[in-house]
Ligand binder design. Structure first.
Ligand SMILES: [Zn+2]
Length: 419
């Protein structure tokens, strides 16, 4: 089964835009209400049943069950009678809002932190249409229930043999997008490691350095756009909240954020394709960039978006049939790629000079070569079926990299799991 997500820009007319915004608001309301139910239930179970709850505890009947997903979904029809506004939204879309909440809830339960939060105005930004009887996408329009055909820029056609499974409508700044989930019933073998290997080291001094000696400097637009953003944000801070001018300025900031996002992604894709042009196997570090983003250079780490870059490289490799692997990142900059000896150097030393074998090269290139060496070891020890093959489980930006943070399982877990 091959699953892909294609994103197209949408051009809803004013009425359609209003409807979509209204739907998001209604879904947000349902989401918040469902979350409030869960929160009330949890709070009411915090003291023992036979004690009097003195403060902050809501008293709910003791035999009241936890408001689970099925329960809340089944209550939607009842709620619709009471609040006719809920009927305006296609029912499946409304159900997805509840499912989204419970998805977050399950995730919270499994890792022990990240309690779902209430969504404020404007924080509910997408609508998922989970099912279609017939293909909703034509060359000019996407046809959605209850709202009709919305103009779309189908800049690339949906490949033949693929079926549209889901459509997610996204709102970014003042633009609208449709993320179309398509599936095809073929199985594609994972790329087999062979051919020319490269190791890729990423960093702030150079955006990336490969073991072949290729170095790419961080692009200038990062800095330029950041200073532009600073200016706009400063202007925003001087506007009076909730005023018309504030709203105008807020939109400008949002648009710029969106632009930075797009520029960065474009740059990442181009770099990833350039890497695939030169190599048949690509190895990268398995760093969790979120840890380093907490350090002093955190802002710059986040701005470069290394995590997204790795996801994109992985995807591009998979797309072009190249092998992708992740290797242990520990000490790649402190090792000599030629003799394997340890060469201590701090961040300011930009040249790798090995005292053991007199190997001299650029610091980042040396790190890249170490990564390549480790990658070769990795595929020869795990055999041809490397564990870390790039697979089609998600597209850039969708996938969540696993956190290295170890969560302690909470002792006082909510009683749903104890029961
Ligand atoms: Zn050496």
């Amino acid at each position: 089964m091959l699953t892909l997500n294609y994103r197209y820009q949408l051009y809803p007319n004013t009425a359609q835009e209003q409807t979509l915004i209204e739907w998001m608001e209604i879904c947000r309301g349902a989401y918040n209400h469902a979350l409030a139910q869960i929160k009330d239930w949890c709070n009411s179970r915090k003291c023992l049943i036979d004690r009097c709850s003195l403060e902050k505890e809501y008293i709910l009947p003791a035999d009241l069950k936890f408001p689970g997903e099925v329960y809340q979904l089944n209550n939607l029809p009842k709620a619709k009678k009471e609040f006719p506004k809920l009927q305006e939204v296609p029912s499946q879309v409304l159900q997805q809002a509840i499912k989204q909440l419970h998805h977050g809830w399950e995730y919270f339960q499994s890792r022990g932190f990240g309690f779902p939060r209430f969504k404020k105005y404007g924080q509910f930004k997408s609508l998922l249409f989970p099912q279609f009887k017939e293909n909703p996408v034509t060359n000019l329009h996407i046809k959605l229930p209850k709202i009709g055909a919305i103009s779309v820029n189908l800049h690339r056609p949906i490949p033949s043999g693929f079926v549209v499974k889901q459509v997610r409508i996204l709102r970014k700044a003042d633009r609208w997008y449709a993320s179309v989930n398509i599936q095809c019933d073929v199985s594609i073998p994972d790329p087999v490691p062979n051919g020319h290997p490269i190791g890729v080291d990423t960093g702030l001094e150079k955006f990336l350095a490969t073991s072949d000696g290729l170095r790419v400097l961080p692009p200038k637009f990062f800095k330029k756009l950041q200073s532009e953003l600073k200016l706009l944000q400063r202007r925003l801070s001087r506007k009076q909240k909730r005023s018309k001018n504030y709203e105008k300025q807020r939109l400008k900031v949002a648009r710029l954020h969106h632009k930075i996002d797009n520029t960065r992604k474009d740059f990442h894709f181009k770099q990833a394709h350039a890497l695939c042009d030169t190599a048949d196997m690509v190895f990268m570090e398995d760093l969790d960039y979120r840890i380093s983003a907490k350090g002093m250079l955190g802002k710059h780490m986040l701005d470069a978006g290394f995590g997204q870059f790795r996801t994109i490289v992985k995807y591009v490799c998979w797309n072009r049939g190249k092998f992708f692997g992740e290797v242990d990142a520990r000490g790649t900059s402190q090792e000599c790629p030629e003799c394997g000896g340890e060469v201590k150097k701090d961040l300011s030393v930009r040249v790798h000079h090995c005292p053991h074998c007199n190997y001299v090269t650029d610091r980042d290139v040396a790190a890249g070569q170490n990564i390549r060496n480790r990658g070769i070891v990795l595929i020869s020890t795990t055999g041809l079926v490397g564990k870390e093959t790039a697979c089609a489980d998600g597209l850039p930006g969708v996938e969540v990299t696993k956190s290295r943070q170890v969560s302690k399982s909470r002792k006082g877990r909510t009683r749903k799991s104890l029961k």
